[in-house]
Design a binder for this molecule. Structure first.
Ligand code: ADP
Length: 549
């Protein structure tokens, strides 16, 4: 047990006192007790000095030795004749007093020690209780030191490139500040669940070697009323203290948009606090907030304004090549004999997370069947199980893949033709960029409507059928047409007229129909390419169309 400083002093003083008392007692009565006869002999035959009468005893010195003898047993007159005698008034209580003082000191010390001991025990207990209750708090604000690097994240080369600069900034903030370069404060990772958004954020922290603060948007708002804003404040306070650092907010839409169960003003307060914190950053604060969402369209506009989450990085479901490299990572330490191409082909629509559990399940399956090596049969056997476990993961039959490819190709060709910019288009995703302009023309909005209609019209034209995969695009087209009429006065009549919305859509449809007829060959060629590669860039679209015309 560690003694406190105060306790050590008390111990030392008591020890000195005890030693002093014993020393005093010892020094005071070092005399040799002798009987009366011996005393008489000494007194009469030799030189006697320093005689003292104290209490019932006579003390005297003779031949360098001090003697003690009961005073009544000797002839005192003889002593007086030899030397001067001092009479000391004895204190009958002295010994008792000393004993009592020592005992009292000992008892006091003992009591004190016991009390201290109890206090320490109580403190330890209360610390334990506090620790336990801290553990029960939802996700405490503690950073982790991430040892994940981009090597652990497969198949997102473009995303890596976009984040390279941020990593460099976190590593060498001075370099950027000296040039007056303002870094983004927030990066929004947009993509469906399980595609590795969290993993990417951790990799940025790992690459830059800075602490990583994880908070889920839901955790801000699931606690008590008024706690959300406080928690945001606390989070940034801690992050600033450890800057440069990364603050990662998963599912930011929970804060960014009102959702069931939570009072609106609570969400509002939390969101405002987040905005205040982000606006309050100095450019040199060295904190970068990375947030993840799979529904950017649900986010509050305030979050997307300049100086907040002004950098967006889209992370889509992995394409075939990317699936291969993810599979490679998870198979690396497992004995296997499989054709990666084959597995990549049968896992269209799998996210990185789903692929990782697929490999795991396949390994378990092989093991259960007493095999030493994982084979394709193991993958086939567990594929459906993995799919059932994961909600909403799409798998496409060959026929569905073909339908989807043709659908996407029609949209891509339409967008290319009407100058709606996009970087790439895939079997499962398209990223049409929003207009950068402040003032958007009626023709541009109409063209966007046509892109949304192109897929469905192509289905009708080529397959003589409509499919449910068009649902989202049809909805978008209608929303745009409604905006045109309701907000921009672009309908035929002044004022809001539903008939105008229908007219815009109908005219666009006819236009698209004609266009699709003329472009069918190009669209089908592009569809083949999408089927083969799952993803094509705008450049690829350009090449394919130019070869045709
Ligand atoms: P999100 O945040 O997008 O929902 P996560 O980052 O939580 O996805 O991904 C869950 C898990 O899936 C990761 O921990 C990792 O094991 C695996 N994973 C997802 N994407 C990838 C990828 N591109 N490379 C390697 N593993 C991945």
């Amino acid at each position: 047990m560690e003694l406190s400083k105060k306790n050590r002093i008390i111990l030392a003083v008591s020890a000195v006192l005890i030693v002093a008392i014993f020393a005093f007692a010892y020094l005071r009565d070092r005399s040799r007790t002798i009987d009366a006869q011996t005393a008489e002999n000494l007194i009469s035959n030799s030189l006697v000095s320093d005689a003292v009468i104290e209490g019932p005893y006579l003390y005297f010195k003779s031949g360098g030795v001090r003697y003690k003898v009961p005073k009544d047993a000797v002839d005192l007159k003889e002593v007086y004749s030899k030397t001067a005698v001092t009479i000391v008034e004895p204190n009958p209580y002295l010994a008792d007093v000393i004993t009592i003082v020592i005992l009292a000191l000992l008892v006091a010390y003992l009591l004190r020690w016991l009390r201290k001991n109890r206090e320490i025990k109580e403190q330890q207990l209360s610390e334990q209780i506090q620790f336990a209750s801290e553990l029960q708090k939802p996700a405490d604000i503690q950073p982790i030191i991430s040892n994940i690097t981009f090597q652990d994240v497969a198949g997102i080369d473009e995303v890596k490139e976009e984040l390279e600069e941020i990593i460099d900034f976190l590593k060498h903030p001075r370099k950027y500040l000296n040039f007056g370069i303002r870094m983004p404060r927030g990066v929004l990772l947009v993509g469906p669940p399980g595609v590795g958004k969290t993993l990417i954020a951790k990799a940025v922290a790992g690459e830059a070697g800075v602490p990583f603060f994880y908070q889920s948007g839901a955790s801000f708002v699931q606690i008590y009323v008024g706690m959300g804003a406080k928690r945001v404040r606390e989070l940034f306070k801690r992050a600033k203290a450890m800057a440069p650092a990364i603050v990662f907010i998963d599912e930011i839409d929970a804060v960014g948009k009102a959702r069931g169960g939570m009072r609106n003003d609570e969400r509002e307060a939390t969101l405002n606090q987040l905005l205040t914190e982000m606006d309050g950053f100095e450019d040199s604060s060295g904190i970068i907030v990375i947030a993840a969402t799979n529904k950017i369209e649900m986010l509050d506009d305030a979050l997307l304004r300049p100086g907040r989450f002004d950098r967006r990085v889209f992370v889509s479901l992995p394409n075939k090549e990317e699936r291969k490299s993810i599979l490679k990572i998870y198979l690396a330490n497992k004995p296997h004999y499989v054709d990666l191409d084959e597995i990549a082909e049968m896992t269209v629509g799998f996210s990185g997370a789903a692929l990782s559990s697929l490999v795991n399940e396949a390994a378990i399956h092989a093991l259960k069947n007493g095999k030493k090596i994982i084979e394709i049969e193991d993958f086939l056997a567990v594929k459906d199980k993995v799919l059932l476990g994961k909600r909403k993961i799409l798998t496409y039959s060959d026929e569905e893949k073909r339908i989807q490819a043709v659908y996407q190709a029609a949209k891509a060709v339409m967008a290319y033709w009407h100058d709606i910019s996009f970087s790439k288009i895939g079997l499962l995703s398209d990223h049409f960029q929003h207009s950068e302009k402040e003032i958007v023309s009626k023709s541009e909005i109409l063209n966007r409507i046509k892109v949304h209609l192109a897929g469905d019209m192509m289905m009708h034209y080529h397959f003589h059928e409509h499919y449910t995969n068009a649902a989202n695009d049809l909805k978008e087209a209608r929303l745009l047409a409604q905006d045109m009429v309701e907000h921009y006065g672009m309908g035929e009549h002044f004022g809001v007229d539903i008939a105008d919305v229908e007219k815009i859509l109908e005219d666009a449809r006819l236009d698209v129909e004609g266009f699709i007829g003329r472009m069918e060959t190009g669209i089908l060629k592009l569809a083949d390419e999408i089927l083969k590669r799952e993803i094509v860039t705008k450049e690829d679209v350009k090449e394919i169309l130019h070869d045709l015309f």
